[in-house]
Structure formats: C-alpha cells, structure tokens
Write a protein of this length. Structure first.
Length: 390
C-alpha cells in the first residue's frame, strides 16, 4: 500500500489510547457512566500498560459504526476495482466514525466484479483507515423490472457457479448477496448457498408467498427496505410483511431523509424491532464531496444537496454517510438514540457474522469507538483500533 508522506507522518504520531474516561458509554444496550479501557487494538477489562487517557466528559461513547451497504465515498467506488480508491474510502469513512465497512458492488459484468473482488482482497488499512470487513454483492441477480439505478444491461439470473468463482477471488469477503426470489434460478441459489453467505431479498417484484418461501429456505436479510420492492397493501402484502414475520431476517433502511418518510422509518423499527433493524447509507462516490455529476456503474448521477438522481429522475443511492443517517434517524425521525446505536453498530456486525469483533465496547472487541457531543451528536473523537485519529 502506498500513502503520502503526510499520511505516513500522521499515522506515526497517532496516540495510543489506554482509557476513555468520563463519558456515557453504550454498554448492554443502554448508556451508563463508565470508563472504557483499551489494551493495544482491543477493548479490555483493564487499561494497557501504555497509552493516553481520552477525556469523554459531555460525550456519548458508542462503538464504531459498521456500514454494510454503501458503494463509495471521497470520489471512489468499490466497483472501480481500484485499490487506491478503497484507501480513499477507508480514510473518509473512518474520519466520520464508520470504522468497519462492507462496500457494495453493482450490477456489472463478471469481469468487473472480479476486479472489484481482487482489489478488496488486497486492501490492508492504514492506521487512519476503516477495516474492510466484507463485500456486499448488490447486483447482478436482481429483477429486470426493479433495476433502480443499476445497469439493466448486466442483469442476469442468480448463478451459484458465478458467485463461488467471485467468492474464491475475494478470499471469502462476500458476506451478503442480493437476489430477486421470483427470478429463475433463485430457489436453487438459496438452497445451495444459504449456509455460505447471507442472502438478501432485493430489487424485486416478489409477492408475499414467494418472499416467504425464500425466507423459509434460508434468506435472512432484506435490502434497503421499501426501496426497489412492491409496497405493503392489505390484499397484496408483498415482501415486507414476509420479512417481518421471520424472526431471523434483518432489515436495512436508508434514513437519509430523502429515500423514506420519517413515519415509515419509525414504522419499520416497530415492525422489526430495534434488534433487527440496520441503518445503512447506500452512499455513492459523491459522499464527502459537493454537488455535481458523478458515475455510478456506468451511469451519470446528478447530485444536488442530499439528493442523487439518474437521468430519468430515479433516486440513485445517497450522499449521506452512515453517521449522518444515524444523526437524521435520531434528530429528525424520532428513533431513540439507543435503538439507532444498535442499528448502526451491533446489528450490522451480527448480520455479517462479526459480532465477536465489531459493534461493541465490550472487552476483546476491536477498540473502535466514537465520542459524540451530548448536545449536538456531532463527532468529537474517533478511536480506531485503539488509536485516536481525530
């Protein structure tokens, strides 16, 4: 990995942390006044021999956030297949308190997906960059009638062999894969791979019965709830009630204030409960940049403010990173702070099978933490693998 001289100097001087003191820490699902100890790169029962004390007075101390569905930020996108771009993404995400990232590929050719997988497998984070903990394969196994901002040219039926080829290249990094369960080959795909990867219902025209069968067969996730799927109707319930009725299914939602009305976000938390809801950002490469025209999977996306749209006017992902979505969920949508913390840290970590390492301030977890001002919820400090990076 290459870094600029300035980045190298910054990383070399990052202070090791031994204790986060005086804050309200998120432990066991609630905030308590407690000091959090660090030993090296992990949280611990007692402080390590070396390190500085971080004063968290007036702050909430929460686990580093885990984004399991975003495409890019800081001008880069995982689908570029560019290692340097992944480092740009990792630096930006970490600076915003998103310390573990699982970027999502688009509906592209197998050749392009292979390049993205190779780059992800080669990524080793610098000291100021988020861990890359997985890849989310959002396309190409989706419905041609619900492509959204995906490229319809590359939509194809679910293919077990193709997925396994890509997983081999990625070294097992694919943690999520999306399918439209009504499409040919979906049943066989779920049967073959439900024990190997978390399968998500997404970009789909599925009805309630077909979705229920998919969840019964082993699908355990539903992608950007409400978006790119049929809405709930009292005679045609669609996939959302089917997901809610299956206790092992987690639901991700984009709480950026653009994609979904606040009342529907609150409804989702009531339907699924805050142990099953996951906040995601679905950001494009434009996240962290300004207004303009950007590329997404070979299509132009115009960004104005917090909205990103393709030429036909359809929403094309988000430019609000996960920390801003977390803020919007709490401050503008009425989601309880404790529920939002779970939905942005512990829940996505568990969905990725990484709950023993990420998403918690408990001992032996990776020492990723964010200090939020109690009055404003603004980020005051980020602790990344036991070092203060802000």
């Amino acid at each position: 990995m290459t870094t600029s001289q300035g980045s190298t100097e910054t990383a070399a001087t990052l202070p090791q942390v031994s204790t986060i003191k005086g804050g309200s820490a998120f432990l066991n699902g609630r905030f308590v006044d407690a000091d959090i100890h660090v030993d090296g790169a992990a949280f611990a029962e007692e402080a390590g021999a070396a390190g500085s004390v971080v004063d968290a007075t007036g702050c909430y101390v929460i686990p580093g956030l885990v984004d399991l569905h975003f495409h890019g930020s800081a001008g880069a996108d995982i689908s570029d297949g560019d290692l340097e771009g992944l480092h740009k993404m990792g630096a930006y995400e970490a600076s915003r308190g998103i310390t573990a990232m699982c970027p999502a590929t688009m509906t592209l050719s197998e050749e392009q997906l292979t390049a993205a997988a190779e780059a992800a497998a080669a990524y080793v984070p610098a000291k100021t960059e988020a861990d890359l903990v997985g890849i989310n394969m959002e396309g190409p196994f989706i419905s041609p009638s619900k492509v959204g901002a995906q490229n319809p040219e590359y939509v194809r039926n679910p293919g077990v062999d193709e997925f396994r080829r890509l997983q081999a290249v990625a070294g097992g990094l694919f943690k999520l894969v999306d399918i439209a369960p009504e499409e040919p080959g979906a049943d066989a795909f779920i049967e073959a791979l439900a024990d190997e990867v978390r399968i998500s219902v997404a970009h789909t025209c599925t009805d309630y019965d077909t979705a229920s069968r998919a969840f019964d067969a082993g699908a355990k996730h539903i992608t950007h709830l409400y978006n790119a799927m049929d809405p709930m109707h009292h005679r045609k319930p669609g996939p959302i009630p089917a997901a809610a009725e299956h206790d092992k299914v987690t639901a991700e939602i984009i709480a950026d204030g653009v994609h979904i009305h606040p009342a529907m976000v609150r409804l989702a938390f009531k339907l699924f409960g805050d142990d099953r809801m996951i906040l995601v950002s679905d950001t494009l490469r434009a996240a962290g940049l300004g207004d303009g025209v950007y590329d997404l999977g070979g299509q132009d996306v115009t960004v104005h403010g917090y909205e990103a749209r393709i030429d036909n006017g359809a929403l094309a992902g988000s430019v609000s990173d996960l920390m801003r979505c977390f803020y919007v969920a709490v401050r503008e949508m009425g989601i309880p702070l404790e529920s939002a913390v779970k939905a942005a840290s512990a829940n996505p970590a568990r969905a990725l099978g990484l709950q023993e390492r990420y998403g918690s301030l408990d001992a032996d977890h990776v020492a990723d933490a964010v200090l939020l001002d109690k009055d404003t919820l603004e980020v005051r400090q980020v602790i990344l693998r036991g070092r203060a990076i802000l």
